[in-house]
Design a protein around this ligand. Structure first.
Ligand SMILES: NC(=O)C1=CN([C@@H]2O[C@H](COP(=O)(O)OP(=O)(O)OC[C@H]3O[C@@H](n4cnc5c(N)ncnc54)[C@H](O)[C@@H]3O)[C@@H](O)[C@H]2O)C=CC1
Ligand SMILES: O=C(CO)COP(=O)(O)O
Length: 337
């Protein structure tokens, strides 16, 4: 069922927000792309480019950018929050005064809030107390912005407790290049999308150290096992981890040259410090904070996550990555399942 042309707001104008804005514009919707940066808004409006984040793309002239949250979100029928996890609480709070009663809220952020260890939909629900939390939709799946903006065939999943809300998001986004599935497992979709970034950092490290394809296949497979263990303990459906937000996103992030998490891992393998890597990339690398969050969640839920634990030692405790792999290989022998 089509909703016709509606007003949508996309917050914020990073790589992924800009790609989602483009899908909405392709589908004929009115799109307001909010950013806190005036020169970025001016560039998008004047030359239809977002050169810092998607340097090669020419955007639809129908996308309008603004630094005014009121202009973007007031009377919008759907708001897409695409902020880094570190900014989610602040951005969600800033839409509260402008949110209509029936506005659809969708988020596409992959991570946890580092202090509270909350999932992104939980943070949004806290910041938008008048909004029915069952209608908060999470969008996830294998979808690098650089390919979505070129209209490469892409599949994603949208999940909400209330299936009708997920179907509304599906209806707004789906087109012949962008296939959207629905799901009702919000926990599984959020946890799968967040945790795959840890394994992608590990895959980049492994590739950077020249460990080869066997090692990478092992990381993906045993990585999926630990994602599923924690995801199920948090209440996710095991089937979700075999889907787009699980194995689908794990494969693309561990194998694509577009992945910032994979690139960060491969740069760490060259001997750069974490600070140097993050400053050179200049874009969000969610896997770093997610490693901290998942390390603590694993303790909280009493789940064994050996890859996450080793990556935590490499990122935050100065452990040599080669030694970390040796230690993973020399763990006590185990049954596979
Ligand atoms: N880039 C991609 O292909 C995909 C990214 N994602 C997820 O989308 C989320 C956003 O990532 P990207 O767009 O790639 O990041 P990015 O690094 O390309 O852009 C982040 C944007 O957030 C803005 N920002 C940071 N803190 C802010 C704050 N406090 N208030 C307002 N704006 C703020 C920055 O100025 C920048 O414009 C992440 O959780 C990421 O995992 C999900 C799927 C694909
Ligand atoms: O989530 C993504 C693709 O689905 C983007 O991954 P990176 O943040 O590693 O670029």
């Amino acid at each position: 069922m089509s909703q016709g042309r509606i007003k949508t707001a996309v917050l914020v104008a990073g790589s992924w927000g800009t790609a989602i804005a483009s899908v909405l514009a392709d589908n004929g919707h009115e799109v307001w792309l909010w950013t806190r940066n005036e020169s970025q808004a001016a560039e998008i409006n004047a030359s239809h480019r977002n050169s810092r984040f998607l340097s090669d793309a020419v955007l639809s002239p129908s996308i309008r950018s603004t630094v005014s949250m009121e202009e973007a979100a007031k009377d919008a029928a759907a708001v897409f929050i695409v902020a880094p996890s570190s900014a989610m609480r602040e951005v969600a709070a800033s839409i509260r005064p402008h949110l209509g009663k029936d506005t659809l809220v969708v988020h596409a952020t992959k991570g946890f809030e580092i202090g509270s260890l909350k999932r992104m939909s939980e943070v949004i629900a806290e910041e938008l107390p008048a909004y029915d939390p069952r209608r908060i939709v999470v969008l996830s799946g294998p979808s690098h912005a650089e390919e979505v903006i070129r209209r490469c065939p892409t599949t994603i999943v949208v999940a909400a407790d209330e299936l009708a809300a997920a179907e509304s998001a599906q209806d707004l986004l789906i087109n012949s290049d962008f296939r959207v599935y629905t799901n009702d497992d919000v926990v599984g979709v959020e946890v799968g999308g967040a945790l795959k970034n840890i394994i992608a950092l590990g895959a980049g490290l492994s590739d950077g150290l020249g460990f080869g394809d066997n090692a990478k296949a092992a990381l993906l497979t045993r990585g999926l096992a630990e994602i599923t263990r924690l995801g199920m303990a948090m209440g996710g459906d095991p089937m979700t981890f075999s889907g787009l937000a699980g194995i689908g996103d794990l494969v693309v992030t561990c194998t694509s040259r577009h992945s910032r998490n994979w690139r960060a891992g491969s740069m760490l393998a060259q001997g750069l410090s974490l600070e140097e890597v993050l400053s050179r990339l200049g874009m969000v690398v969610e896997g770093v904070r997610t490693t901290q969050a998942a390390y603590r969640l694993a303790m909280q839920y009493k789940i064994t996550m050996p890859i996450t634990a080793e990556l935590h030692r490499v990122l935050f405790e100065g452990k040599d990555p080669k030694t970390a792999v040796e230690d993973l290989m020399e763990r006590d022998r185990k049954h596979e399942n």
